[in-house]
Design a protein around this ligand. Structure first.
Ligand code: SAH
Length: 248
C-alpha cells in the first residue's frame, strides 16, 4: 500500500508537506497550550514533523497514521533524530476510518481531509477519537480571492471554484457544524513558496539522477510548467490554514 509515486518523488525532501513553515508549526503548537499530558492523533501525518517537534517542545505523546511508506519511514527517523521515539509512534496504513484505541486530547488531519471523504466527514471521523473537551485540528485551503473563472480555479489545481470556500465562508461553515473556532494559524505566501518551490529543486535533481525512469517525462513536464503556474494562480488565489475546533 502506498500513495502515487509522483508525490514521494516531488516531496521527498519536504519535512512539512503543506504551505506551513517550521515557524508556523511551532506557532500553532504554542497557540494550543500543549503539555506533557496531552495525547495527539494525526491522520495523514506525512513525515511526522508536527508530532515529533511538539513531542520535543511540549512533551506530548501521539500516534500518526500515513499511507506513504517513504513518509512514514522518514517520520520514524525524525522521531529518533529528535529523541522522541518513545513518545510518538507512526503507523503505515490507510487512515480512512481510523479510530484511536485510547481517546485523545487533540485529533488532527492537516491537509489530507479526503481521508474522511471531505472536510465534514473528516471532522466526524476525528471526533470519534476525541475525549470530551478535546480539540480537532483541520488544515484546509480557502480562496484568498474567488477566481473569476473556472479556468483560473483549474489553474489552482482545483476541479472547480466550488471546491473551496473563502475564509469567512469556511469559518461560518465550522460554526454551522456546531463547533467553536478556538484558534487558527494561517499560512502566508512564504510558506506557500517553501512548499511549492522546494519541489522544483527536488524534481530537477531527481531528473538529473533518473533520466530513464518511467516517470521522467511526467516530472520533466511538471518542472517545466509548475513555477509559472504557481506564481500565476495558486500563489495569488489560494490561502491555507489550520483551524482548531471544539464542539459546542
Ligand atoms: N499532515 C502532513 C502531511 C500532509 S500531505 C503534513 O502537514 O506534513 C498529505 C498526506 O496524506 C501525505 O503524507 C499522504 O501520504 C497522506 N495520505 C494520503 N492518503 C492517505 C490515506 N488514505 N490514509 C493515510 N494517509 C494518507
Amino acid at each position: 500500500m502506498d500513495i502515487p509515486r509522483i508525490f514521494t518523488i516531488t516531496e521527498s525532501a519536504h519535512r512539512i508537506h503543506n504551505p506551513y513553515t517550521a515557524g508556523k508549526l511551532a506557532m500553532l503548537g504554542a497557540a494550543l497550550r500543549l503539555n506533557a499530558q496531552n495525547r495527539i492523533l494525526d491522520l495523514g501525518s506525512g513525515s511526522g514533523e508536527l508530532l515529533c517537534t511538539w513531542a520535543r517542545d511540549y512533551g506530548i505523546t501521539g500516534i500518526g497514521v500515513d499511507m506513504s511508506r517513504l513518509f512514514s519511514e522518514q517520520a520514524k527517523q525524525r522521531a529518533a533524530e529528535l529523541g522522541v521515539a518513545d513518545r510518538v509512534a507512526f503507523i503505515h496504513d490507510d487512515a480512512a476510518g481510523y479510530i484511536a484505541d485510547v481517546k485523545v486530547d487533540v485529533a488532527a488531519c492537516i491537509g489530507a481531509t479526503w481521508i474522511g471523504g471531505g472536510l465534514d466527514g473528516t471532522i466526524e471521523l476525528l471526533e470519534k477519537s476525541l475525549c470530551a473537551g478535546g480539540i480537532i485540528l483541520v488544515g484546509e485551503p480557502y480562496w484568498l480571492q474567488v477566481p473569476s473563472s473556472e479556468e483560473t480555479a483549474r489553474g489552482c489545481l482545483a476541479s472547480s471554484i466550488a471546491d473551496f470556500r473563502t475564509l469567512p465562508e469556511l469559518v461560518a461553515h465550522f460554526q454551522d457544524l456546531n463547533y467553536d473556532v478556538v484558534e487558527m494559524v494561517l499560512a502566508d505566501q512564504e510558506g506557500w513558496d517553501r512548499y511549492e518551490a522546494a519541489k522544483w529543486l527536488t524534481m530537477r535533481r531527481w531528473l538529473d539522477a533518473n533520466p530513464d525512469d518511467d516517470l521522467a517525462k511526467e516530472i520533466r513536464d511538471e518542472l517545466t510548467a509548475e513555477p509559472l503556474r504557481y506564481v500565476t494562480y495558486s500563489r495569488e488565489y489560494l490561502g491555507w490554514g489550520v483551524f482548531a475546533l471544539m464542539a459546542r
